[in-house]
Design a protein around this ligand. Structure first.
Ligand code: SF4
Length: 671
């Protein structure tokens, strides 16, 4: 029996693997619980869809090849492209499911072995806006700056744009003692559990947050002592919120005045209260400002940095937190350092023994949009992402991938993106390798080898080393042993915001609960004494409401929003291979109000077409009376013609470069 953690979401539920079977394990975040995805995760280990040999495209088809053939071919092509077009001709795309060690080594590989600035990762699509908002408010982005178990003692929780009852069910037990207020345009499984459900029109969350701040002031709930002692900038934020009186907010959002006031009253009167945000409010072209507006509300009520209260973001991907700390982001170096900070560059150059690291590159969507273009990358190496399903405006992204001279995909199965590749490299998966993950509360966890890897597969670290050495790098610069990589990561992170220098595999093996920063001791609650800005104070950020980038009109009269279901994870590349999950949720669907379906000539169970300015998705119609008549919902886990992201709008948030996944204008048609 080997103790490890679930391969999927950021709750990182603890489990044991015995003879290839999983069983739940007692751990603070899941307390012995697993969701259906976790329970069935062992099926991935013996899936017949598993790749066990590299594949190389010849005459239009993928053929088995040896590792040497595949890696030699990739390295030769990369050398040629770099010689012809310069180092930025090669791009790298990482993922929020990669271990800390892989995230770290991938960033180093891109900048040192390839010399490219063109690296970003799918976390940009996930919670980059919350990360940006947390950084500017508190000086540091640790999604949940307190242990999940603190929520057990909450009296009230405002949960905005999150549906943990489906995405991470064991998390819900931590909300049981609280009055729960859910903000979501849909009546989700989580909204069903709420004391109060506020259902704003998609894309109007920022107006709602401004309105709740207005109510907090107007109804006498402002925590003036906290404002004086711990914050700056309230006056500027209030200047904007002052004009968002509740009646105006009701007109814009559809949320009744009484519900706005009740939500603020419940939060303000609770002894212990939290504001939590999720993708629903973050994946917008105004994502960072929207999260800032929610943080402003939490600050006005005096919640962040107080024991028993706070603001937190519900990280989604398994290593969504660690994945954004160690340098696979376009604008970052290890330790959550900024790549344009001269001191940070000098420090990392010293650790890596190199000079002149490339500067910041394009953000994820901008990188994909540039592929094959005159000044864009001509080759892309993809680790841990299935872009053809998960990227916004996904047919355009597939077209860009198709325009490359070289597409290399590392994956355990032939995902939709791997199907397009010139070279596919089969890699190890969660229980076959060790490595650390950082969960949604900033706790570093050790995944351990629980089963033997199939013959023929290699780890991402081995792939990186194999390519780096073929490109002329010394082998010792790119170790393949996870613990060795972690030892280097510790040094590289030292002194940064996400400081892991005091974390060791031995401490993790001994079961120590280590929440970063860890110089010597763990920091489970980061803001109790001071926030991370130089003056120790949190900042209100003055933000204005701006609606969705695309509004409904005569041709596209509805709004589409996308999200997740219980049985599937991210692009579904893994969960669509698990029979029990597919039996329960087999195909793409669209939720609509019955009247909306009728107007389109559709009935429950029909195939309907949802059409936006960017594409057309075909999905099974589900009539849901609780849906708003002006909104349709599509889960984004499905491939082919059911891809929800054929519709989505890649309008980018100017601060975080987050695309607007959560709202676009569509029409509904019969097929
Ligand atoms: Fe836990 Fe998330 Fe895995 Fe479900 S998917 S078992 S909630 S870690």
């Amino acid at each position: 029996m080997t103790d490890t953690h679930c391969p999927y979401c950021a709750l990182q539920c603890a489990m044991s693997v015995t003879d290839g079977k999983v069983s739940p394990r007692e751990f603070p975040t899941n307390r012995g619980g697993l969701c259906q995805k976790g329970w069935t995760s062992a099926e991935l280990l013996s899936s017949p869809a598993r790749l066990t040999t590299p594949l190389v495209r010849r005459d239009g088809a993928l053929h088995p090849a040896t590792w040497d053939t595949a890696l030699d071919l990739v390295a030769a092509k990369l050398r040629d492209l770099r010689a012809e077009h310069g180092p930025d001709a090669v791009g790298v795309f990482g993922g929020g499911g990669l271990t800390n060690e892989k995230s770290y080594l991938l960033g180093k590989f891109a900048r040192v072995a390839l010399g490219t600035s063109q690296i970003d990762y799918n976390g940009r699509f996930c919670m980059s806006s919350a990360a940006a908002a947390g950084t500017r408010a508190f000086g540091l982005d640790r999604g949940m700056p307190f242990p999940v178990t603190d929520l057990d003692h909450a009296d009230a929780v405002l949960l905005v744009g999150g549906n943990p009852a489906e995405t991470m069910p064991p998390f819900v037990q931590h909300l049981k003692g609280a009055e729960l207020i859910v903000v979501d345009p849909r009546r989700t499984a989580t909204a069903e559990l709420a004391t109060l459900h506020l259902a704003p029109a998609p894309g109007t969350d920022l107006a709602l947050a401004l309105g709740l701040l207005h109510c907090a002031v107007a109804d006498g709930h402002l925590d003036q002592d906290y404002l004086d002692e711990r914050t700056n900038g309230f006056t500027e934020a209030w200047r904007i919120a002052a004009s968002w009186w509740p009646e105006r907010v009701e007109r814009v959002t559809g949320v009744p005045v009484a519900d706005q006031r009740a939500a603020v009253r419940i939060l303000a009167e609770a002894e212990n209260a939290y504001v939590l945000t999720g993708r629903g409010t973050e994946q917008h072209a105004s994502g960072a400002d929207t999260v800032s507006a929610w943080i402003n509300l939490a600050l006005a009520l005096g919640l962040p940095g107080r024991r028993g209260s706070g603001y937190g973001c519900l990280t989604g991907q398994g290593n969504g937190q660690g994945g954004r700390e160690h340098g696979q982001k376009a604008d970052q170096l290890p330790g959550y350092r900024k790549i344009d900070d001269p001191a940070a560059r000098a420090y990392i150059q010293d650790v890596w023994g190199v000079a002149d690291l490339p500067g910041p590159g394009r953000s994820a969507y901008e990188l994909l949009d540039a592929l094959g273009q005159e000044n864009g990358p001509k080759a892309l190496l993809v680790f841990g992402s299935n872009l053809v399903v998960s990227a916004p405006r996904s047919q355009h992204v597939a077209d860009r991938l198709g325009a490359l001279d070289l597409l290399v995909v590392c994956d355990l199965v032939l995902s939709e993106t791997a199907e397009m590749a010139d070279v596919v490299l089969p890699i190890t998966q969660w229980a076959e390798e060790s490595g650390t993950m950082t969960n949604l509360e900033g706790r570093i966890l050790l995944r351990q080898v629980a089963v033997e890897k199939p013959e023929g597969v290699r780890s991402d670290l081995e792939v990186i080393q194999g390519l780096a050495t073929r490109l002329g790098q010394p082998v010792e610069r790119f170790p393949v042993e996870p613990e060795k990589v972690f030892e280097e990561l510790r040094v590289a992170s030292k002194g940064g915001l996400a400081d892991y220098s005091g974390v060791t595999y031995d401490r993790l093996r001994a079961g120590e609960a280590l929440h970063w920063p860890v110089v010597e001791r763990s920091t489970p609650r980061v803001f109790l004494d001071r926030f991370a800005h130089p003056d120790g104070r949190a900042r209100f950020i003055p933000v204005e409401h701006r609606g969705p980038a695309e509004l409904p009109d005569a041709d596209y009269p509805l709004q589409a929003t996308t999200g997740r279901v219980l049985q599937h994870y991210q692009s579904g590349a893994q969960t669509r291979l698990v029979k029990e999950l597919v039996d329960a949720e087999p195909e793409a669907y669209v939720e609509v109000h019955p009247d909306t379906a009728t107007r389109a000539g559709l009935r429950e169970g029909d195939l309907g077409a949802v059409v936006s300015r960017r594409g057309r998705t075909v999905a099974r119609v589900r009539c849901v009376p609780s849906m708003r008549v002006d909104v349709v919902f599509l889960p984004f886990h499905f491939a082919g013609v059911g891809r929800a992201n054929l519709l989505t709008n890649p309008a980018l948030d100017p601060t975080s470069r987050m695309p607007e996944f959560k709202v676009c204008a569509v029409r509904l048609e019969s097929v």
